[in-house]
Design a protein around this ligand. Structure first.
Ligand code: GDD
Ligand code: MN
Length: 441
């Protein structure tokens, strides 16, 4: 099936009314699964300091899945309360139906919510995997509806959505988190506009279900919390649908979300764009530059609002902070395979040099060339950007071996050949083979 035909089919499916997913579920069909020995669904639940709520929550999930062949996998990273003791007691009662993975402090290199979910996914045996929070904000009662949507609609991925009609984000604390959540969802859909992800209303939901085979052999490397996006993009899921749900108030305790997690979403988006979609280095560099323009303008306007004269020192401070912002993103995303080479002072010098050239070209075109100012300015920016990219790629993020041709080498050592890791790979798209269902159905 061609990509367009697949897209048409997808669009058709998405046109179905959301209400059909909320009709009464026939549980009998959910107990049947291909080989009878595996659960139909593995529910992966990450926990950190949820001692007060985890016991009733596990029972609530089991009640919601009454009659469904299921297993629960709780991956616990608590160190300040007795969540794990509660879990082990539950495990004695429930046997095989509950798998507990405890990761004490220091036991894994990167102990975050993201890696906890990946650990749970890897331990899962079910045909489907459902990921959800332990604090009661995601309703387990929606899981049967998600399973039906997955089976009847033959969907690869069924997301819970707070933004479909019938769903709600009422439980998000505060107006600012609601705005950030909506904004990030929109940015995500725009960033992946060339993929099926653009059709998902809540791509950053922590509540989602997918066919486990989708991630077989796919390396999941979450940055921050957004595993749904990681699964969606890296697995190249094609058939996507959503079920509305209400994001409830937290039952107890506090959210562990931080501003840093919000910012990590942007980094995650860039990493995925670069590594999973085959977007080239230059496009990523351009995207980073665009975020830098936002930072520059934001700081400038902020300082002006604070009563400073924007055209004196603030204009320099804003520019320098934007350069440092771009430097950090370019180092960790655009040239992350060569990040050990990037020095901030060299980066700064390159940015400064490129700006001077851009300004000179704009001036020359506007005066001697009599070009309109907007055209002169655009031309200056285009040349400056190209030049900046070339210097960053050839000098700033180049290995010392490359740089040594710029210096005189007193020992006369011949430059070391660049290791293969330093070279941008010819085909940066790591596509899993045979994992995505082909069009024939
Ligand atoms: N294992 C483990 N390790 N679990 C963690 C960690 C960790 O480092 N940090 C948080 N958790 C668990 C919590 O115990 C809870 O079950 C779940 O992950 C979500 O944490 P919350 O602190 O309740 O997050 P939230 O409610 O602010 O954010 C939720 O909603 C977002 C949507 O706006 C999460 O589901 C996010 O993933 C989601 O994007
Ligand atoms: Mn929560």
């Amino acid at each position: 099936m061609s990509a367009t035909a697949q897209q048409e089919e997808l669009d058709e499916r998405r046109g179905e009314p959301a209400a059909s997913w909320t009709a009464p579920v026939q549980l009998r069909q959910l107990t049947a699964h291909p080989d009878g020995s595996r659960p139909l669904v593995s529910v992966v639940i990450p926990t950190r300091h949820e001692a007060a709520t985890i016991d009733p929550f596990v029972h609530r999930v089991l009640d919601a899945l009454d009659g469904v062949a299921c297993e629960l996998i709780v991956v616990d990273d608590s160190d300040r309360d007795n969540t794990v003791e509660v879990l082990l007691r539950l495990q004695e009662q429930l046997g095989e139906r509950l798998v507990v993975v405890h990761r004490p402090r220091g036991s894994v290199a990167n102990r975050t919510l993201g890696t906890a979910v990946v650990t749970g996914i890897r331990a899962a045996r079910g045909v489907y995997v459902c990921v959800m929070d332990a604090d009661g904000q995601h309703p387990p009662e929606a899981i049967p509806h998600m399973l039906v949507a997955a089976q009847q609609g033959e969907a690869d991925y069924v997301g819970g959505s707070r933004y479909l009609p019938g769903g709600s984000a009422q439980g998000l604390d505060g107006v600012s988190r609601k705005i950030i959540s909506r904004g990030l969802a929109l940015v995500t859909r725009l960033a992946f506009v060339a993929t099926p992800v653009r059709t998902v209303t809540d791509p950053l939901s922590g509540f989602f279900l997918f066919r486990r085979a989708l991630v077989d052999g796919v390396e999941l490397k979450p940055v921050g919390w957004k595993i749904s996006l990681e699964v969606l993009v890296r697995s190249h899921a094609r058939y996507l649908t959503e079920v509305p749900y209400t994001f409830a108030q937290r039952a107890d305790g506090d959210s562990k979300a931080t501003l840093q997690q919000g910012l990590l979403v942007l980094q995650h988006l860039l990493v995925l764009l670069l590594t999973a979609t085959g977007l080239g280095r230059f496009a990523t560099f351009a995207l980073v530059g665009l975020t830098g323009v936002g930072v520059n303008t934001g700081i400038l306007l902020g300082l002006q609002a604070a009563g400073f004269d924007a055209l004196t020192w603030p204009i320099w401070v804003a520019a320098e902070l934007a350069i440092l912002w771009n430097y950090t993103l370019n180092k960790h995303v655009t040239w992350r395979d060569r990040r050990r080479y990037g020095r901030w002072w060299l980066y700064n010098a390159a940015a400064l040099g490129a700006s001077v050239v851009a300004i000179q070209i704009t001036m020359l075109l506007a005066t001697a060339g009599h070009a309109a100012l907007w055209l002169a300015s655009l031309a200056g920016i285009a040349v400056g950007m190209g030049l900046n990219y070339a210097i960053l790629d050839r000098v700033v993020f180049a290995s010392m071996a490359r740089l040594s041709i710029l210096r005189t080498s007193p020992l006369g050592r011949s430059p070391r050949a660049e290791s293969s890791a330093d070279r941008p790979s010819a085909n940066p798209v790591a596509r899993p083979t045979g994992r995505v269902r082909s069009g024939a159905r």
